[in-house]
Design a protein around this ligand. Sequence first.
Ligand code: SF4
Length: 286
Amino acid sequence: MRTDGFKAHLATEPESGIITALKLTAANAPDGPVGVELMAAEPDGLEVLADSAYGSGAVRAGLKRRHHRLVIKPLPSRPVIPGGFVRDDFVVDHDQGVVTCPAGHTAKLSSACVARFAPHCGPCPMRSRCTKARARSFSVSAHDAELVEARAAWSEDELRAVYRQHRPMAERSISWLVAKGKRRLRYRGVERNVAWAHRRVAALNLRRLVVLGLTRTDGNWVLAGPIGVLGDVPRRARHLLARGQIQRDRIFPLNSGSSVRAHPRGPTSTLRRLLPGGEEPCSTAP
Ligand code: SF4
């Protein structure tokens, strides 16, 4: 997201839409390393969803070191020649240090991780799909195995289904941040804009928590609770569902079925994560 020379990077909790981290960088800063930074304060072993801007091998390796399960759209494998062979048409044996090309020829990887197929390419009938040069040189990147594994995993339906399920809420959090002309920053200089962005995120989170049913019970902040009163609740529930502000499996009928209640499991766990030790979220009660 570009904003007058700055780019805002967000981490959000995908079920509630709560923004858990924010960083403002220059607009031309790469997304990937910032994404890893945004996850630094999170516990290990989460399911991390992101688009292909965060799909580089280095980012994947950084997140995997924290034992996260990655649901990140992989960077596409681009052919050297339009319509020609891509990376995955070559087989790399990292243990043996050799590469096998689509025609079945094998070349050793050099110390610079380049395999040269020069002796084989001249008479090769597949050359027009492989290279414009006299012979093909094939480079293996530092995180090549990581990326091949990611592309293979992405071809399975399971990961893409999880990504499709949660992406709309992440997009919604971004649209809340930039709504009402807030795509344009108000101040000059990094510090004041960073402070403004964090204040806005805090206000959005508080509004979101109130929508999710934030209330004070027995001295504790909780999210479980009725999301409306008898009579107007079905309409209210439909409204929240339509706006994606609550999920259908978080709603269940009470008593006669004319009232609904937010299921405490998901949002409450989010709140616990945000409020370690039961601290109050801010000095102003909603
Ligand atoms: S052009 Fe060379 S590298 Fe490409 S398929 Fe033919 S032999 Fe293999």
